[in-house]
Design a protein around this ligand. Structure first.
Ligand code: SF4
Ligand code: SF4
Length: 241
């Protein structure tokens, strides 16, 4: 899931001084599960932002709504009702949700109330940990299902650096060395052969840096007739631009 954190309330207040009527929109998916941007949080944010102490003049008038997925344009245009006179939307969705709403309801300003932080999973109640950086070339098959891009402070691919000590990372002593975790997982799986296979320096470009990455699927109602080359910007990759 995508994990996000509510921005500091003072920062949110500083983003909305020019608007008199604001719709606060929660998202019913990832940010609901990580307890930062669902319906409950949208209601609480409206309550907090309505305190007069935050404003020199009268506070804006707030209403609120929650949509199942802010990152689905069809959901937004079919189900999100924007009250008459709304001057801005304050979104508790991730960055994808904010941008989808900004495109769907242009020119209405859509303001983020969250900082989108990472792609993660729940480790224990109340704790989420980053799991994946969407690198575009997954190596979990060789690493016992532990991501070296995300879990190793140096994102290295051929075993631990020289600083690994007693299973801890040299960068942060309270963090396990990812390659120690990988070694022990592979050992349990009888797959230590993967530790001895050399992995060449990787091409990081599938992970981004060539403008927005895009995937196209055919055969879905309304989808493009032809698949774009995979990845879409392969030409750019091949000429090294
Ligand atoms: S290797 Fe890449 S795709 Fe696989 S979990 Fe790590 S960051 Fe994500
Ligand atoms: S100690 Fe382990 S986790 Fe830390 S940077 Fe070195 S290899 Fe990566």
């Amino acid at each position: 899931m995508i994990v996000g954190d509510l921005k500091p309330i003072e920062e949110i207040v500083s983003l909305i001084p020019d608007f008199k009527k604001i719709l606060v929109v929660g998202c019913g998916s990832c940010v609901t599960v990580c307890l930062s941007g669902g319906d409950k949080e949208a209601r609480e944010l409206v309550r907090e932002l309505s305190h007069t102490g935050y404003y020199k003049n009268d506070p804006p008038a707030f209403s609120h709504s929650t949509i199942e997925r802010q990152c689905e344009r069809d959901f937004l245009t079919s189900y999100l009702e924007i009250p008459k006179g709304t001057e801005a939307i304050l979104s508790l969705g991730c960055g994808a949700g904010v941008q989808t709403m900004a495109n769907a309801f242009e020119p209405l300003p859509v303001i983020p109330a969250l900082n989108t932080t990472f792609l993660g999973a729940s480790e224990e109640p109340g704790v989420w940990q980053e799991q994946c950086r969407g690198c575009g070339d997954c190596v979990l098959a060789f690493t016992g299902g532990i991501c070296p891009v995300t879990k190793c402070a140096k994102s290295i691919f051929n075993g631990p650096c020289g600083g690994s000590r007693e299973g801890r990372c040299e960068i942060y002593a309270d963090v396990p060395c990812a390659w120690s975790l990988i070694y022990h997982r592979l050992k349990k799986q009888n797959n230590l052969k993967f530790m001895t296979e050399y992995r060449a320096p990787r091409d990081w470009r599938p992970g981004g840096g060539l403008g927005p990455r895009e995937r196209r699927r055919t055969g879905i109602n309304g989808s493009p007739e032809h698949s774009a080359p995979y990845p879409v910007k392969r030409d750019a990759l091949e000429v090294g631009t």
